[in-house]
Design a protein around this ligand. Structure first.
Ligand SMILES: Cc1cc2nc3c(=O)[nH]c(=O)nc-3n(C[C@H](O)[C@H](O)[C@H](O)COP(=O)(O)O)c2cc1C
Length: 371
């Protein structure tokens, strides 16, 4: 287990001002790459590789951040913008930032507080948290940690359809506000770092949402189809978000089948490789979906300008995986909230520089392809 780094260093300004950690008077001084280096130094190498790594040659993983930077901002001037509003709604839930926490597995490997720490950090930042099926904390216990914090539950296809349905039902009962079906994992991606490291969870690692330890996904069970979108909506009583969509035609079919939102994602470059970057798939998905559903994106987002690019391309919100992982590793709940507040401050700053006042109405012509 990684200790809480802040607790193990002497208190004072110096420890707060190391690169990668935002300082109190400027949360936007966050440097995600430096934070990752600090986190990796705290983690056992195989755990750090599990979090940081991707599939096969890791082309998708490597290209993701650069794909956001293949767009350039087109600032507006003289628009009389004196304040920037970063609050929005996600499937009707109020959030103070359009930057949410993506679902990620096994959080107690990063910090003893695990998912509870992430829940507290997200709530402190006014951000939405997505709780993974592969959580080390039962879904009802994460919900009880921050009952008012908006959160969604992410569902994988598990060892039995009955158990998968039961999880969906319990998410609805526990106050989750959305059910995220992760559809880009028909089989597990081939992650060479994990194979080389022989990465395995400790035998006693709790997986309360997956009573058959590590049992996903199971071939031989019926694969999911578009029909499952409406069915899981009925079972859970929740709006359904389909995560892992990279094509316009798929996005349109998801919406026709009843999805309330589509989440453009390459699973952090951990499934297919090489696949199209979220930043390049997003415009096609937005065009296909129109106003029929919300669209989100993730993958390689590590600055406020990346977020603004995604919003300009039509995303209503973005999600971060690894930046939150490095935040939890280095500082528990505070570390998570510093990452979310830091990215949000960077977003507001960049919007001010671009003459934009409201995250809900970022025009498409705010960005253009880099030349
Ligand atoms: C260590 C790790 C574990 C993940 N676990 C899950 C998961 O349990 N369910 C899921 O839908 N996505 C999972 N993802 C994918 C994330 O939800 C998200 O799509 C991705 O991390 C976004 O890219 P980023 O890390 O560059 O921000 C995981 C990603 C990482 C890095």
């Amino acid at each position: 287990m990684a200790p809480d780094e802040r607790a193990s260093t002497a208190p004072g300004v110096l420890s707060q001002r190391r690169r990668g950690e935002s300082v109190p008077d400027d949360p936007g001084a966050l440097d995600v790459a430096a934070l990752e280096r600090r986190a990796r130094a705290l983690l056992p190498p195989a755990v750090g590789d599990y979090y940081a790594g991707g599939a096969e040659a890791e082309t998708t993983l490597r290209e993701a951040p650069g794909a956001w930077r293949s767009w350039r901002l087109r600032p507006r001037v003289l628009r009389g913008v004196s304040a920037v509003d970063v609050a929005t709604t996600l499937l009707g839930a109020d959030v103070r930032t359009p930057i949410g926490v993506a679902p990620w597995a096994y959080q107690a490997l990063a910090h003893p507080d695990g998912e509870r720490g992430t829940a507290r950090g997200a709530a402190a930042a006014g951000a939405l948290m997505t709780v993974s099926t592969s959580s080390g904390t039962a879904l009802a216990d994460v919900a009880a940690t921050e009952p008012a914090g908006p959160r969604w539950f992410q569902l994988y296809r598990l060892h039995s359809p009955a158990h998968t349905d039961d999880l969906a039902r319990r998410a609805g009962e526990a106050g989750y506000r959305g059910l995220v079906l992760t559809v880009d994992l028909p089989v597990l991606g081939r992650r060479l770092r994990d194979l080389t490291n022989d990465f395995a969870l400790p035998a006693d690692f709790p997986l309360p949402n997956q009573p058959l330890h590590g049992s996903l996904p199971v071939t031989g069970q019926p694969p999911w189809t578009f029909d499952d979108i409406g069915r899981f909506g009925d079972v859970s009583g929740l709006p359904v978000v389909v995560k892992g969509v990279l094509r316009g035609d798929d996005a349109a079919r998801c919406v026709q089948a009843g999805a309330a939102a589509v989440w453009v994602s390459t699973h952090g470059g951990r499934q297919g490789d090489p696949v199209i970057a979220s930043a390049h798939a997003l415009p096609e998905v937005v065009d296909a979906v129109g106003d029929e559903a919300e669209v989100y994106a993730d993958g390689g987002i590590c600055s406020g300008s990346d977020v603004l690019t995604a919003l300009a391309l039509g995303a209503r919100a973005v999600f971060v995986g690894r930046p939150a992982i490095w935040g939890l590793t280095t500082g528990g709940a505070d570390g998570v909230s510093r990452v979310l507040a830091g990215l949000t401050a960077q977003l507001a700053h960049t919007m001010a520089l671009c003459g934009l006042a409201d995250v809900r109405t970022v025009p498409r012509d705010t960005v253009t392809a880099a030349r």
